[in-house]
Ligand binder design. Structure first.
Ligand code: GAR
Length: 197
């Protein structure tokens, strides 16, 4: 059974999909803890699904590195096989990458390397592209520039707003994430192969 720690900043709708998937006894992974960098709405899912939660508030630390050290300590308690950044809207410092990568993955609402950063959906709309996408990457020390595990194109439709487009991207992110978790658990996907030397 693959043990997952999932880190969020927001509503955690992609996290909910993972929790639903792991409610199936046949699914070979379990979310063992949900963590956040703030008082994230999605932390309530812990209670709903009976999963432990923790918060390491970014603003409670003097700098990114000390926040990262506290995050490492909390995550390590759960001895995860895989750490999923599912809408964690914070760059993690190098110590976090060193501690968990390549078993540290991130979903992103754009077709990387297009539109990295905190506003992938907004930036794609502003650029006027006719298609964007969803990506799943291994986290490295760049901004959304790590090795791509999976990605898929999604059309931008006339009249799309940031929220309508994001609402069509998220189900694709969920599918890519759940498939990757399945493949890792079943040894069909080896994240070490994505690690850069
Ligand atoms: C997801 O689209 C995720 O890819 C994105 O935040 C959303 C979280 O939604 N992450 C990033 O943009 C990271 N750069 P959720 O809280 O509803 O799951």
């Amino acid at each position: 059974m693959l043990k997952l720690v999932v880190l969020i900043s927001g509503t955690g709708s992609n996290l909910r999909a993972l929790l639903d998937a792991s409610a199936d006894a046949e699914f070979p992974a379990r979310v063992v803890a949900i963590g956040a960098d703030r008082d994230a709405d999605g932390l309530v899912l812990g209670e709903e699904y009976g999963v432990s939660t923790f918060s390491v508030p970014f603003t409670a630390y003097p700098d990114r590195d000390s926040w990262g050290d506290a995050l490492i300590e909390e995550v390590r308690r759960w001895e995860p096989d895989l750490v999923v950044l599912s809408g964690l809207m914070r760059l993690v410092p190098p110590a976090v990458v060193d501690a968990f990568s390549p078993n540290l993955i991130n979903t992103h609402p754009a077709y990387l390397p297009e539109f990295p950063g905190a506003h992938g959906v907004r930036d794609a709309l502003a650029a006027g592209v006719t298609q964007t996408g969803a990506s799943l990457i291994v986290v490295d020390n760049s901004v959304d520039g790590g090795p791509i595990i999976a990605q898929e194109r999604i059309p931008v439709l006339p009249g799309d707003t940031e929220s309508s487009l994001h609402d069509r991207i998220k189900p694709v992110e969920r599918r890519l994430l759940i498939q990757a978790v399945l493949d890792i658990a079943n040894s069909h996907l080896d994240l070490k192969e994505f690690a850069r030397s």
